[in-house]
Design a protein around this ligand. Structure first.
Ligand SMILES: Nc1ncnc2c1ncn2[C@@H]1O[C@H](COP(=O)(O)OP(=O)(O)O)[C@@H](O)[C@H]1O
Ligand SMILES: [Mg+2]
Length: 364
């Protein structure tokens, strides 16, 4: 009998539209001989809706994003300890695949909710998801494990709440790294809210901009870099696929280069690295994945610093882009793991984790 798998997509996130694209690819590539997919769309206001048959049918059309119908009679609700419900009926599910990017989806919150309703789910757990989402915390973990990553400074909205406080932070940043910086919200993705600065005057507006998206700002020195990405899969014994490389045609790999400009970047699989660097990058990716408490899957992004050829980890994405042309599935496919088989493996890893958890005791 096939396993019933809910695909969670959309979400209350700046990356809602990206999720509609990613989830469409996952939906179309799911092996129907093993899985019976059920679409659960999360509207931009955060409400969950079971999707009618026509959305399932439309979703099978090649090269289309999934849509979300917000029918109040098809609202999905959670009952702690029991499961997900729609119109007072329990959804019969074996596993959930959250294909959500960014806030309230990739950051541990949905994962926590799925723990509470006791449904197994694909990808990192609560801890790995929330750590991976926080560019500041994950760097602290990597540093503690001796994993190379760029130096950074952070400040909270409270610490940046007046002009004089922001000026003091800007001064500290310039004294530490000079004026060429990357200013980032600590917990967003898809380059949302990120600015590259070229002079001290640009930093304060960049900080203000980052604060629109998060209450914590992270700054790093802007380095001339090559950008390397690595798909990592597994629970206890993660495996890193051979790296790919992103060559942005913009000043950096910004939102437009990622999603709006078809010529925004060249995605090269595999990366043109010599085999020694390739192997070192894969080992660093596995270490970064384990240190960040990841399970299931993640895309680990590294920089090769052009001046020194040093490898540093930039960030980890616990629910990477999943469109047909996204790096994560492409890097797996290049090494022989075709897209449908990749999805099956990720679901199997979720079920494996569930089997282990089910054997744990919750009473003394
Ligand atoms: N310190 C840096 N030096 C050079 N380029 C950077 C640096 N930090 C970020 N970038 C550029 O900005 C892009 C987005 O930054 P990143 O930290 O990956 O955020 P996101 O999670 O939004 O993808 C990177 O892909 C890269 O092009
Ligand atoms: Mg990135």
């Amino acid at each position: 009998m096939s396993l019933r798998c809910a695909l969670l997509y959309g979400g209350k996130s700046g990356e809602h539209e990206v999720s509609l694209q990613s989830a469409a690819s996952v939906f179309r590539n799911m092996d129907r001989s093993r899985f019976d997919p059920m679409l659960v769309g999360i509207a931009k206001d955060g409400c969950w809706y079971l999707q009618p048959q026509e959305i399932h049918e439309a979703g099978l059309e090649p090269d289309t994003a999934l849509k979300i119908v917000e029918d109040p009679t098809l609202r999905v609700e959670c009952r702690p300890g029991v499961g997900l419900f729609c119109s007072q009926e329990q959804l019969q599910l074996d596993v959930v695949f959250p294909v959500l990017h960014g806030s309230l989806g990739e950051d541990g919150t949905v994962q926590g909710l799925l723990e509470v309703v006791e449904l197994p789910y694909v990808g990192a757990g609560v801890l790995g998801s929330s750590v991976g989402m926080d560019k500041d915390l994950v760097k602290q973990l990597w540093r503690a494990h001796g994993i190379p990553t760029l130096d950074s400074l952070t400040a909270s909205a409270v610490e940046l709440s007046s002009v004089s406080k922001r000026q003091a932070f800007v001064t500290r940043c310039v004294e530490t790294f000079g004026p060429m910086l990357f200013v980032k919200p600590a917990r967003t993705g898809s380059s949302v809210g990120i600015t590259k600065t070229h002079s001290a005057e640009e930093i304060e507006p960049a900080v203000q901009n980052a604060l629109k998206y998060d209450t914590k700002v992270l700054i790093e020195p802007a380095q001339p870099v090559r950008e390397i990405e690595i798909s990592v899969i597994g629970n206890g014994a993660p495996y890193a696929y051979p790296p790919g490389e992103v060559v942005p045609n913009h000043e950096f790999y910004d939102y437009d280069a990622k999603y709006l400009d078809p010529e925004g970047a060249q995605l090269m699989v595999p990366a043109q690295l010599d085999s020694g660097v390739m192997e070192k990058a894969r080992a660093i990716a596995v270490a970064a994945y384990s240190a960040a408490a990841c399970e299931g899957m993640a895309r680990v992004d590294l920089f090769v610093i052009q001046d020194t050829q040093e490898l540093v980890v930039n960030e980890i994405n616990t629910i990477p882009g999943f469109t047909r042309i996204s790096m994560f599935p492409r890097m797996c496919a290049a090494a022989g793991l075709a897209y449908p088989e990749l999805i099956s493996q990720l679901i199997d890893l979720a079920l494996e984790r569930e089997t282990i958890r089910a054997s744990l005791r919750y009473e003394r």
